[in-house]
Design a protein around this ligand. Sequence first.
Ligand SMILES: Nc1ncnc2c1ncn2[C@@H]1O[C@H](COP(=O)(O)OP(=O)(O)OP(=O)(O)O)[C@@H](O)[C@H]1O
Ligand SMILES: [Mg+2]
Length: 246
Amino acid sequence: MIEIKGLGKAFGERCILKDISVDIKEGELFSVIGPSGTGKSTFIKCIIRLLRPDAGSIMVDGQEIATTGSEFQLAKVRRKFGYLFQEGALFDSLTVMENVAFGLKYLTDLPKSDYPRIVKEKLALVGLEDVEHLKPSELSVGMKKRVSLARSIAAEPKYILYDEPTTGLDPVTTGMVKDLITDMRAKLGVTSVVVTHDLKLALEISSRVAMLYEGAFVEVGEPAKFRQSENKEVREFMEISDLSRK
Ligand SMILES: Nc1ncnc2c1ncn2[C@@H]1O[C@H](COP(=O)(O)OP(=O)(O)OP(=O)(O)O)[C@@H](O)[C@H]1O
Ligand SMILES: [Mg+2]
């Protein structure tokens, strides 16, 4: 379980996250939506301490990681997470095989001889085959995204943080990624946090949706409740996403 209390993060004078509190329970698929630049990536980065919050508490399975914790403790907590970077963040000089297998060495005790099988399995899950020998520069944007996704699920982590998992993908691949995210939850019991500006996606796959606006969650609720929100920001976001009540 991830328990967040009073989370705050500023960059210089600019306060991006003001006071965020939420408990993300085991097996949940929690989505954070909001317009570009509201701090969605910042939020998700704080959860694994890629960014150090200025205020508040983040407990992962009872371990405080927001502002305290030794490198050793942080490393232990980070091992529980898979992370899909918004930018993909593949290593350009490594092949797809090496990229997807990258975390296995640190995150699992599996023998190296198992890596090719696992990599192929995960690539198949995201609809890719026979690309293991290619370098990222030889892949399309959508393929890179899918390779990144395969890498983030490779070690079958307890928690997965997805930053814009479907941005830049065609409708068919978007559907595939959507199924993958829901399957990871249904079949492996993964707890997921999805950050996206795709409200339609969030409402379809999530157990709860939160809207981030001006540094705070202005609405948090199950999709059915979220759709009925009277919050002005939520209503506007529904309208621009063409999901408003007709
Ligand atoms: N390392 C950083 N240093 C300074 N400012 C930053 C840093 N990271 C993010 N910001 C600023 O914080 C704000 C929120 O950024 P963030 O990337 O979290 O937004 P976002 O909601 O993920 O946006 P998008 O939907 O475009 O991905 C932006 O104004 C951004 O410029
Ligand atoms: Mg972002």
